[in-house]
Design a binder for this molecule. Structure first.
Ligand code: MCN
Ligand code: CUN
Length: 793
């Protein structure tokens, strides 16, 4: 008898096929719209056509009179139950259904519940709303202008449209660094508003049962337990009588973290009607009203010595949060983790001033494959780094290398105060440069320039904080951030694993089983993974910020170890030796002095139910709650080469090399899938994807002909490489990966296009770097801003 072969049982490092795909690719997934309950009614939402207007009156009589209509909800109905406004995760309030004013185009004004969704939709159109238009505000400049209309006149003590001013870093030290600098590089950037736009939009089915007083809600949520707690608090219902079920999710990308008015309205409707009420959002509803991302401006400055060392960094950001401050982010910082910027560089002084403002745009921010503004932080950082290298006249790779934190300099305190713990930054860069053939490309570029061809190369290197939290620094409405796993090993040695996370396509059902296989030697195929039902899963904080592997994944390893500790006692009993003489190898315990005398983990499982030692509790179940000591800090280096057509401004990606270090990889195939998906989204944001507004506050990007998603046709090919620096504090050495490529990728594309334009005087083109913007830059030799309002003619 020997240890089981970890590769054969689908343990750590195996590119095991995704078990969930068995149902997904056969069309057997169970998404929200697949759930049909007896007696179910349907809800539709009436949305505001105007961006800013006072509501004079709402006449619902025609809607009520339509056959099949069961209920019409307005702000007034909600207000009567104290539900017209709800708290946001950023300690602001958000209108559920508008009472006084509408504050963005697409805002929820009324809901109709009817026998079928078509009647409900028709009845919505029969509702007459009398609006008195007010001037719309579509960017921070307008928002802060003298005499600008007050958007949040519902709030006491809100004299203007400023939400917060927040500051971090050492101002005096940074001022001194700038005074001593040989060169100061400056740049102004806008990261446009974008949207996660998952394949499946949002939806819910609320089912209140008067007989049992139990409220069951099927809901597209990435964090079911938090929703249960929020519903208990807001609706003042007993928490044990609330069950949130998050069925299969057709992509989340952050869109399914916030609480939306549709969820709340469907719950109230079900309570009032005592029937199940289903709400399924349409695409336009999703794009114009739910969790947007980014929409933030930067003025950045880098102070340098002639030899290339960065002495200090200044960042001033201006975030456009829309009409309600409802960033879904659990840090105590106003602007999320923006100050994780420059974490991979050894910079002695830094200062960040962050301002947030209200505008007449949809709320919801900090979604779309980001860890709470980390996407923006790393984009700004890498655009500033490239501009600084150019201003200095130094090679951009060399400039990064000179300023990187060195491998022997960990733990490292970042310029804004985070603690990073591991990494091999220069090695990742070298792997990338080697793969792309850096020196050769520079020669090619020079040659091409002689023939009027514009080639460019862009680099983006970054380490980002993934895996909130530790409970010291992160909480959601006071609930500390940790996560959980529950493992039940059955009598036959097969097992059921549940966690407090909720995958949306990331492959948790596959990878969590691999961690158990690695820890216990139970074949991965013998382990079923379940998530997303608050009545069965242990309490957890859900899946976002790539926190599942860093936190829930760690809990999976820890609960497996608890099970192993108990199994060891059982093994000692079965082998009739003392526990000290028991040795472990994968899948089996054996007698130290007689390695061929042993028992398998499965034999221990049988004994846990049939032959346990005297005094031992029967069974082989346990739960672990894991509070990580720190965030995990994966590193990435993305390098893109492009050719820009000077006649049209069209740019094509020639090659893209990605080097990712996410520590130990549980499933390399899934990790690569995550990276490719992230790079695709990065390319989308850099080249074609944004939500913007015209001067009237009309949302441009409310459907898939305006809001572009790249297909396999446009998307470039990716060349992936890896470096592995295990996370020192994670039980299996893993770091998060889910967002790295979407976070670090965009700057590589933009840097490449700007590099191709070097010498023309153009320092920046705001994303999306549309061909017409490139063309304009080439014609004028000037930067191109993407701030709204945009021309729509
Ligand atoms: N993994 C691994 N080895 C590692 C790290 C991760 O094998 N060292 C695996 C994990 O086991 C998991 C996947 O990679 O199966 C992603 O893990 P992780 O980085 O922990 O991220 P999460 O599971 O917490 O996923 C969240 C992250 C976020 S925040 C967004 S946004 C996003 C993303 O994942 N949304 C996605 N990727 C997505 N992928 C799909 N298909 N759909 C989404 O909605
Ligand atoms: Cu910000 S998108 Mo992911 O953290 O769910």
């Amino acid at each position: 008898m020997t240890a089981v072969d970890e590769i054969k049982i689908g343990g750590l490092g195996v590119s095991r096929r995704r078990v969930e795909d068995n149902r997904f690719i056969r069309g057997k997934g169970n998404y929200i719209d697949d759930v049909v309950l007896p007696g179910m009614l349907h809800m539709e939402i009436l949305r505001s056509p105007l961006a800013h207007a006072r509501i004079r009156s709402i006449d619902t009589s025609k809607a009520w009179a339509m056959p099949g209509v069961r209920l019409v909800l307005t702000g007034e109905t909600m207000a009567a139950r104290n539900l017209a406004w709800m708290p946001t995760l950023s300690y602001d309030t958000q209108a559920v259904l508008a009472t006084d004013k509408v504050r963005f185009q697409g805002q929820e004004v009324a809901c109709v519940i009817a026998d079928d969704p078509y009647i409900a939709k028709d009845a919505c159109e029969a509702i007459m709303v009398d609006y008195e238009p007010l001037p719309p505000i579509v960017n921070p400049t307008q928002s802060l202008a003298e005499g600008a209309p007050l958007i949040r006149d519902d709030k006491e003590n809100q004299p203007d449209n400023v939400i917060y001013d927040w500051e971090v870093g050492d101002k005096d030290g940074t001022d001194r660094a700038f005074a001593e600098a040989d060169i100061v590089s400056k740049i102004d950037l806008h990261y446009p508003r974008s949207h996660p736009s998952p394949i499946e939009c949002c939806g819910s089915i609320a089912d209140f049962n008067r007989a049992t007083s139990k409220l069951t809600v099927y809901m597209t949520t990435q964090a079911p337990h938090i929703i249960r707690a929020a519903v208990a608090m807001v609706a003042e219902l007993p928490e044990q009588m609330i069950r949130i079920i998050s069925p299969d999710i057709g992509g989340g990308f952050g869109n399914k973290v916030p609480v939306y008015p549709g969820y709340v309205a469907s719950i109230l409707a079900s309570i009032l009607l005592e029937r199940p009420v289903k709400w399924i959002e349409d695409r336009t509803g999703n794009l114009i009203s739910t969790g947007f991302a980014r929409d933030i401006y930067l003025h950045g400055e880098v102070a340098m010595r002639k030899d290339g060392r960065i002495l200090g960094v200044r960042m001033q950001t201006m975030a456009d949060h829309g009409a309600f401050f409802s960033d879904a982010q659990p840090s105590k910082f106003k602007i999320g983790l923006m100050h994780s910027a420059f974490a991979c560089y050894d910079i002695p002084n830094a200062h960040l001033l962050a301002r947030g403002v209200y505008t007449n745009k949809a709320p919801g921010g900090v979604a779309y494959r980001c860890s709470f503004r980390v996407t923006e932080a790393m984009f700004f950082q890498e655009r500033m780094i490239q501009a600084a290298a150019d201003d200095l006249g130094m090679d951009q790779a060399e400039f990064r290398r000179i300023n990187f934190v060195r491998d022997d300099d960990f733990p490292h305190r970042t310029p804004y105060g985070f603690l990073t713990d591991s990494g091999q930054y220069a090695k990742c860069l070298d792997v990338g440069l080697e793969a792309i053939g850096y020196r050769d490309f520079l020669k090619q570029k020079e040659e091409a320039a002689k023939r009027g061809r514009l080639l460019g190369i862009g680099i983006s290197t970054m380490t980002e904080p993934l895996g909130a939290g530790n409970s010291r620094e992160y909480d959601i409405l006071g609930i500390k951030m940790f996560d959980s796993a529950e493992l039940k090993v059955h009598i036959t040695g097969k097992a059921l694993l549940r966690t407090g996370a909720r995958g949306q396509g990331q492959g948790h059902e596959t990878t969590w089983a691999q961690i158990v296989a690695h820890e216990l030697g139970i074949p991965a195929e013998d382990i079923t993974v379940e998530e997303g039902d608050t009545d069965t899963a242990p309490f957890g904080m859900g899946t976002y910020a790539s926190r599942s592997t860093p936190v829930a994944g760690a809990a999976v390893a820890m609960v497996s170890r608890k099970i192993r500790a108990k199994a060891r006692k059982i093994a000692a009993h079965l082998l009739e030796i003392s526990e000290e003489d028991v040795e472990w190898e994968l899948g089996r315990f054996y007698v130290r002095s007689q390695p061929d005398r042993g028992v398998t983990i499965q034999e221990c499982a049988v004994a846990a139910y049939s032959n346990m030692p005297d005094g031992m509790e029967p069974g082989l179940d346990n739960t672990a709650y894991y509070d990580p000591p720190n965030l995990t800090w994966p590193f990435a280096c993305y390098i893109v080469t492009v050719e820009v057509d000077p006649e049209t401004g069209v740019w094509d990606v020639l090659r893209l090399v990605a080097v990712d270090d996410c520590g130990v990889r549980i499933n390399p195939m899934i990790v690569e899938g995550q990276i490719m998906g992230g790079l695709t989204e990065a390319y989308a944001m850099a080249s074609m994807q944004f939500i913007t507004f015209d001067a009237e506050g009309n949302c441009i990007g409310s459907n898939f002909t305006d809001y572009l998603l790249p297909t396999a046709w446009e998307t470039p090919g990716f060349e992936l490489h890896e470096v592995v620096t295990p996370c020192p504090h994670h039980p299996i050495g893993a770091k998060g990966i889910g967002e790295c490529a979407a976070v670090g990728g965009p700057a590589a594309f933009v840097n490449a296009v700007i590099d191709a334009l070097k010498g023309t005087g153009v320092r920046n083109i705001d994303m999306p770097v549309f061909p017409d913007r490139v063309y304009e830059a080439l014609q004028t030799g000037k930067d191109v801003s993407g701030a709204p309002p945009v021309r729509t003619d």
